[in-house]
Write a protein of this length. Structure first.
Length: 277
């Protein structure tokens, strides 16, 4: 009944169907793995954001330990600031906020610590700017931009790990002075700063002046673009579980569909044989 399935043409069909089935299953399990990673990441973010903020001493002690560094991401830190080096600021391009294009404005800062006689360098992401301000700043038109951070003697921020280029994506020149980068690569920015930056960066959440009063960050000023603090990461589950179900559905359709094709061909051959008899 199924003798036809051993012919060269059908053997090639079996191989093609097997390859497609393997692709569907691999893609489905890969999306399930991504879903698990997203779930674990969301749990870690939620837990760390609720933890007590690190002080400067504990922050600099932990961040210089490669074994502890990954566990610091998304934790909050309070840093006394000696100065901001705005002349060495850079833009992290292609960053959106509420669907609007723009950039992140990253500034090297000198932070003080009881354990160090000299201020220590840390890259601070002051916030998000709209695209027109990003373009104007690159063109030297600083009149469109304003920030209240120079008034801050202390900032509270979210610790983030330095970003690295994956298999895909734009790359930045390895040498030279850059005003704009594709990602927040602390090591690359450290090459062009006078401060010795620690290998993480901090997204500003709030700031206070020397007398302890809060500094209103992100509030608009007439005719000027003010950096808006980068919002915390979303804790959505993402589309990976839905994609996994789609790939497994494709696999099920392939199995059932190909079985029906074989069954139909077998019955057709059986009918033709009866007609010949």
């Amino acid at each position: 009944m199924y003798h036809f399935a051993r012919t060269p043409r059908w053997l090639a069909g079996h191989a093609l169907a097997g390859v497609l089935l393997a692709i569907f299953l691999i893609a489905g399990f890969w999306q399930l793995n991504r879903h698990g990673e997203q779930r674990d990441r969301n749990a870690a973010v939620a837990e760390r954001q609720d933890m007590r903020a690190l002080d400067a001493d504990r922050f600099f002690e932990a961040v210089l330990d490669a074994g502890l560094r990954a566990e610091l991401e998304y934790r909050l830190v309070s840093l006394p600031i000696a100065r901001f080096d705005f002349h060495e600021a850079v833009q992290i391009r292609n960053r959106s906020l509420d669907g609007l294009p723009g950039c992140h404005f990253a500034v090297p800062a000198a932070a003080t610590s009881n354990d160090s006689a000299e201020p220590l360098g840390v890259l601070v992401v002051a916030g998000w700017l709209p695209q027109r301000a990003c373009t104007a700043l690159l063109d030297g038109e600083i009149a469109v931009y304003a920030t209240r951070l120079p008034l801050a003697s202390q900032i509270d921020g979210r610790i983030r790990l330095s970003q690295e280029r994956g298999l895909l994506g734009p790359s930045d020149p390895a040498q030279g002075q850059l005003d704009s980068l594709a990602r927040t690569d602390v090591g690359r920015i450290d090459q062009q700063t006078t401060l010795d930056l620690v290998p993480v960066y901090v997204e500003v959440v709030s700031a206070a002046s020397a007398d302890g009063s809060s500094i209103p960050l992100g509030e608009s000023l007439p005719g000027l673009s003010v950096p808006v603090p980068v919002p915390p990461p979303e804790l959505a589950a993402g589309p990976h579980l839905g994609y996994a179900l789609q790939w497994f559905s494709f696999a099920a359709v392939a199995i059932v569909g190909y079985s029906l094709v074989l069954r139909h061909q077998a019955r057709r051959g059986e009918s033709e044989q009866i007609a010949d008899d």
